[in-house]
Design a protein around this ligand. Sequence first.
Ligand SMILES: [Zn+2]
Ligand SMILES: [Zn+2]
Length: 421
Amino acid sequence: MKYKSVTGTRDVLPDEQPYWRIIEEKIDKITRLYGYEQVNPPVFEQTELFVRGVGETTDIVEKEMYTFLDKGKNSLTLRPEFTAGIMRLYLQNGLHTRPKPVKLFSIGPIFRYERPQAGRFRQHTQFNVEALGEQDPAVDLEVMSIAWQLYAELGFKGLAFQLNSTGCPVCRPGYVATLTAYYQKRFDEICGDCKRRLHSNPLRLLDCKNETCQPIILDAPVISRFLCGECKEHFETLRRYLDALERSYTINHKLVRGLDYYTKTVFEVWAEGIGAQNAMCGGGRYDGLVEQLGGPPTPGIGFGSGIERIILSMKQQGLAPAPEQKPDVFLVSLGQLARMKAIPLLYKLRENELAATTAFGDKSFKTQMRDADRQGARYALILGENELAAGIVAVKNLGDGVQENVPEDRIVSFLLEKIKR
Ligand SMILES: [Zn+2]
Ligand SMILES: [Zn+2]
């Protein structure tokens, strides 16, 4: 076979499905508990939406987007994140006329041209949550709690928020000016990326992962001292809520988002043993984003959480979900006449919601019994010449090996009695 999957993509095989299923079940349950409704925006949008919505100076827009011209010469981009598309969907479909906050979630693939490394994929699946139209810190708490509850229910231990406020257009400029002055004094010590950031997007200086920049980040002025009255009040109220719920959190001054439309709350959820580079998810408030995209002033907060990342962490932590349900019944038949009975019986079992399967093609009794075992079936139903003549089916419990004969016309009720769910 000369074709291989594309670098940075991966196949999800049956063995991994229990992880996907349990995560999807938890998401389904928790979003219902919190009153969030699902929306599914398309996978690609106009490129301009992401350039404006994610930010021209971000790594995503600068280096990571899958952008192409379609046959109509329109520049389109595979979504590198959800938020911009959700904002477009919200405005275009009049969701902004609904009672606020409008609470939405999505699950689906996003695409980024990442450097290939462990746990990073160029197509990955994201669970995304947004609450729009309300600035109340109780909404911040709610969005943060959805992420928390998801990881808690999946069994992660030692959950803690990393928390910061990035201020607002009133108070942030004062901080940015101070930060810029501080970095200019140490210009010779910083990495090349940071030299660029100093002009394009100074807040992102604090994001730098380069070793040489770490001591400089450590000594940098922190935003908390610059927050205006409104931002300070918002942050303190959120902290009081977190205290009331006894959620542990750490104020992380390095946690900022580089763009003007990000405001106030930024957060990550960390779990024990996952480590700083492996925050379970990140999110925050973007009260200026909808305006940036040409809509009415609309506060909003959200987060995204990569499903593959969750699964990787579950595996590292030994959090194995229950295995998939195996077939209830495997039908073993020998000879053409028995086969003519077995095939309709297979469908009758399925009509009665028994998970039933059989061997296909011409296989020996031994091979069929081995297949039944391999598939993990609970019962083998055996139909051979003797059974046919006697009007019975031999039912073998593959767990304890006990075998009994059951009249043909009683087989469904017999199995339904045995396999009570
Ligand atoms: Zn402020
Ligand atoms: Zn740097």
